[in-house]
Design a protein around this ligand. Structure first.
Ligand code: NAP
Length: 315
């Protein structure tokens, strides 16, 4: 199976955490949706069969539901989440884009929509599980997830963000419902700058559970940017490797994830056709060990990484 899946955050809402300033043009919902379907078509035609969505990604989940109505291919694998709602109404000036709610009533409410993703829905995840919301200690809620797992034969997972991802992952791995570990998929931020997943990746994989990597391009921070001159040495190395392997910097960064973690999937956050095509070039190469060692040397402290991530704007 292809290791690269498509994340749909960028096709569901016009603004997303990003280091680029985008041109502000009048928002046209119809055109935006058409572009979303087109990206899904491009990804599918290129062999992508894993799609990640969420109610928090604007109209992404709705676009997926409509697009899937045109598909009969049983190899399509869809993952969605619950826990965030999109509230910006496509307003470029919106201050609040999403609201987090890890309560049982919200799980029940969001499930009623996500169920429309069947028969392609295989994975249901808590969106950004944290210790703070108590979602991993809420017995009634965990039991409900256990029920959904049994009744619909889906995998239950969590996604994590933040400087304590490892702590959250370690806690989640051990949670059982009816004497069975409830979580089987773990969507985690991992890239050259935040390699903290390294500490638990083997434990997750050896138990037969799935790692799905997100933010492999560090929200665009792997591309040369004059505002991030502290990464100049990394930019230089990435550009040398891109030349050596005859692909783009993005393919090197995505391949780094595949070759160092052996995840179930790495998500591409592509928002344009050319980005899908460029990202997928990661399938054509395998990094040499000496190059992996060089790339690994750019790891930063997770606190510094996530402080910088918090300062990124929605563009
Ligand atoms: N669970 C969670 O909490 C969570 C959080 C974040 C993401 N995710 C999932 O992970 C997916 C991917 O994450 P992400 O969006 O953060 O991804 P990412 O892959 O780290 O970064 C995406 C960025 O890379 C840029 N890009 C990609 N290919 C490019 C190319 N060839 N040339 C130039 N720029 C390129 C995009 O550009 P543009 O600016 O031009 O679009 C965007 O800025 C999401 O869609 C979502 O499904 C989940």
């Amino acid at each position: 199976m292809k290791k690269i899946g498509l994340g749909t955050a960028a096709i569901g809402r016009p603004q997303y955490i990003n280091i680029k300033k985008k041109k502000s043009e009048k928002f046209d919902l119809l055109k935006f949706k058409e572009r979303g379907y087109h990206i899904l078509d491009v990804a599918y035609n290129q062999g992508i069969r894993y799609f990640d969505t969420a109610p928090g990604y604007g109209i992404a989940e709705q676009i997926m539901i409509e697009w899937l109505k045109t598909k009969k291919d049983k190899s399509i694998n869809v993952a969605t989440k619950w826990g965030y709602s999109y509230v910006a109404n496509f307003d470029p000036k919106a201050v609040i884009h999403e609201i987090k709610d890890h309560s049982l009533p919200n799980l029940v409410k969001q499930w009623k929509k996500s169920i429309e993703l069947f028969p392609f829905l295989t994975t249901y995840q808590i969106h950004s599980a944290t210790l703070g919301t108590g979602v991993l200690d809420n017995e009634k809620l965990l039991n409900k997830l256990g029920e959904l797992k049994q009744q619909y034969q889906i995998k239950i997972g969590i996604t994590t963000s933040g400087n304590n991802q490892v702590e959250v992952l370690k806690k989640a791995i051990d949670i059982s419902v009816n004497n069975t570990q409830i979580f089987e998929t773990f969507q985690v931020t991992y890239n050259m700058l935040d390699q903290s997943l390294d500490l638990v990746a083997n434990d997750i994989i050896k138990e037969g559970k799935r790692i799905i990597i997100k933010e492999a391009l560090a929200n665009g921070r792997v591309f040369r940017n004059k505002n991030y001159s502290s990464y100049n040495d990394l930019y230089n190395l990435l550009e040398i490797l891109a030349k050596k392997y005859n692909v783009g910097v993005d393919a090197i960064a995505l391949r780094f994830c595949i070759d160092t973690i052996n995840p179930f999937m790495v998500l591409s956050g592509a928002s344009e056709e050319f980005q899908v095509l460029e990202n997928l070039k990661a399938h054509q190469i395998v990094l040499e060990q000496e190059d992996i060692i060089l790339l690994k040397s750019f790891k930063t402290d997770p606190n510094a990484y996530w402080n910088e991530r918090k300062r990124l704007n929605w563009n």
